[in-house]
Design a protein around this ligand. Structure first.
Ligand code: F6P
Length: 322
């Protein structure tokens, strides 16, 4: 029988992780389980930084950004020797089930532990929205709202000076933050993994806007695709639009989670606890997510093989509206 459950957050932090930690602890306690948190993700697991918590731990955290149990990246966790150290810590603390909140990297760590026979459950938490087994990840909507707030502000100054702004948004190798913000901000051009734009097409469009005396132009670009400073220089040279590059950076990861993320975290966190408690063998290594607005779960092995939704309809909308 599962008696003790531990929770960790891993990879890049995301708004709403605390809300997920909160509901896991509260739901676990509700079912009479002993709840533990692991500080600093897999690093803390290997080091045994594991602490029992009570309901008090969850007070006033639903609205807090970041992750109060902190996060870390531990590439060495791909080594079996390191995984076995973590496993030993879990056995030493008599933990029966581990919940990991994070993205694909976190899921791979959970898969490794579940292959070693340990019961693990994953919850998708990352601003990138790049976890194929969930249509939304915890943190994505908040980051999107933050990006929109920032671009609204950039537009004010950009219009006052009749400038073009090239804005880099995060997403690692996933273009969702760019595609969604491109639509929400009515960007003149959106360049992302699922929507590439040839430079000549970009220049032609901006030259036309310049001739039409448009006050500003917004170009949104997914990170890791191109150098936005260099692109800004080329735009200025080719179109005559005074152009500034802005890298929004890690401010996209901060801030209080929006209501959508708090609710998503609560729904997924409570499902994660149910999965911990279902003691059939196939629940060794599962992840939860959202599909068509419903909470779903998959075997972790299957989840990591899934193809991400390329959001064809939204990409089509970008083409229609640009
Ligand atoms: O995965 C979240 C994310 O913010 C990505 O969008 C970005 O590429 C990466 O993390 C940056 O990570 P770090 O803050 O560790 O440099």
């Amino acid at each position: 029988m599962v008696r003790k459950i531990a929770i960790l957050t891993s990879g890049g932090d995301a708004p709403g992780m605390n809300a997920a930690v909160r509901v896991c602890i509260r739901a676990g306690l509700y079912y009479g389980k002993e709840m533990f948190v692991v500080y600093d993700g897999y690093k803390g697991l290997v080091d045994g930084d594991i602490h029992q918590v009570t309901k008090d731990f969850t007070a006033d955290i639903i609205n807090r950004g970041g992750t109060i149990i902190r996060s870390a990246r531990l590439p060495e966790f791909s080594e079996e020797e390191v995984q076995k150290k973590a496993l030993q810590q879990l056995h030493d603390y008599e933990i029966d089930c581990l919940i990991g909140i994070g993205g694909d990297g976190t899921y791979k760590g959970l898969r490794a532990l579940s292959r070693l026979g340990f019961r693990c459950i994953g919850i998708p938490g990352t601003i990138d929205n790049d976890v194929a087994s969930s249509e939304y990840t915890i943190g994505f909507m908040t980051a999107l709202n933050t990006i929109c707030e920032c671009i609204d502000k950039i537009k004010d100054t950009s219009s006052s000076h009749q400038r073009c702004s090239v804005i880099e948004v995060m997403g690692r190798h996933c273009g969702d933050l760019a595609i969604f913000s491109g639509i929400a901000e009515a960007a003149e051009i959106t360049i992302s993994y699922d929507h590439q734009v040839e430079e000549e097409v970009l220049f032609r469009k901006l030259r036309r806007l310049k001739t039409m005396k448009k006050n500003h132009a917004i170009v949104i670009v997914s990170e890791n695709l191109l150098d936005v400073n260099e692109l800004a220089k080329r735009i200025e040279k080719e179109t005559g639009f005074e152009t500034k590059a802005e890298v929004l950076g890690r401010l996209q990861r901060g801030g209080s989670p929006c209501a959508f993320d708090r609710i998503l975290a609560s729904r997924l966190g409570s499902r994660a606890i149910e999965l911990c408690l279902e003691e059939t063998p196939e629940t060794t290594g599962r992840v939860c997510g959202m599909h068509n607005g419903k909470v779903v779960d998959y075997a972790i092995e299957e989840a990591l093989e899934m193809e991400r939704d390329p959001h064809k309809e939204l990409v089509g909308l970008i083409d229609l509206l640009q």
